[in-house]
Ligand binder design. Sequence first.
Ligand code: MG
Length: 387
Amino acid sequence: MNDQARQVVVLGATGSVGSNTLEVIAGSGGKLQAVGLTAHHQLDRLVELARLHSPQWIVASDPAAAQQQDWDALPAGTELMTGEEGIRQLVSEPSVDVVLSAIVGSAGLIGTWAALQAGKTVALANKETLVMAGSLVTKLAAEHGGRIVPVDSEHSAIFQLLEGNRREDLQRIILTASGGPFRQWTWEQIEQATVEDALAHPTWEMGPKITVDSATMMNKALEIIEARWLFDIPEDQIEVVIHPQSMVHSLVEFRDGSTLAQLGPPDMKLPIQYALSYPHRWEGPAERLDLSAPLQFEFSPPDLDRFPALELGREVARMGGTAGAVLNAANESAVAEFLERRLEFTNIVLACRAVLEQHDFEPDPTLERLIELDHWARQEIKTWNCR
Ligand code: MG
C-alpha cells in the first residue's frame, strides 16, 4: 500500500461510470486507491470488485438485498456495511480523500450530501444531485470546506477551461451535445421511437437512464441546470450547440470575444481521471487526437421543436427553487415508465412539463421539502400515464 495514494470512495461502483472509475484507479500506478465501494442491487458484482480491489469497506445500500446475499467470498480485510447509514458512514471516514459520486438519479443525493457535510472533495458524476438541490448543495460545500469537481464531460471541459482564467471575465458557456440517436429524425419518426431506438447512442456508451435522456435531449436540459449551479451563472449565459462528433466537450467565451474549447475522445475515463487527479494531470489511458487523417467538426443550433426538453430545462434553470427536484423526479419516473414500455417516447417530456406545471412552486425550499416533492412527482407521472 502506498501512503501517498489518494483514498477514493466509489459510490455506485457497478454502473458504467463506476466501472470506468475502477479502471482509472487500477491504471493510476498506485496514485489512487479504492478504499470504499458501494452497490445497490448487483451484489455478486460488488463481491467480485471487492476481491479485485481489496477495499477497506463496501456498502450494500439496499438492506433487503444485502440480507439475501452470500458474503462468504468477501476478502478478509473488507468490512461490510449496509443501507443509507452505511453510505453516510463510509463517505465520512477520516481517511477518505475523494468521493466519486456515480449513483444514478436522486438516490445519489444522500452520499454526496454526507460527503460535502464531512468537507470532502466530491467528484460528481451524478448530475441529478445539482439539478434537484443545486442551491442547497453548493451552499453546503461552501459551509464545510468541501469541493465539487465535475465528472460530467461537458462540465469537466468548462471546469478545465476556467482554470487559470478570471471568473468575472466569463461571458458565456457553450455546452456541446451529440444530438443523440434521433438527431436527424423527423418529429413523426420520433413519435414512433421504440426503447431499442432510444438505447442506440451514436457516440457514448452509457447506462440506460442517461442514454434515454440523451435521446430526448433531457440530458442536455439537466446539464443546463447543472451548469447553472456548478458555475453560478444565469441560464441566459448558457448555450447548447449540436456537435455530432462528441470531440469538443464544451466551450467558454470570455468578454473580449475569445472562445476556448476543450477536446478529447468520447471516453469517460478522461474526465474521471481529471476529477481524481485535480489539480494535477497524470499520464492517461485516453486515445490522443489523431491529426494524421482529415478530421471534420460540425456545429449547429439545436432544433427546439423536435427536442422540447431543452426549453423545459431552461425554464427550470431560471425558476430555481423546487422546480429542479420536480423535473428531475418526473423525468426519472417517466424514463422508467418508457423503459417498461408503459409510456411513449414523446410523452416523457410532455409528462414532465405537466407535472412541473401542477406543482406548488416554492422559491426557497428545505431539503426535506425537495425529497417530498421528489416522491410526489414520481407518483404523479404514474397517474399521468394512466389517463
Ligand atoms: Mg454530459
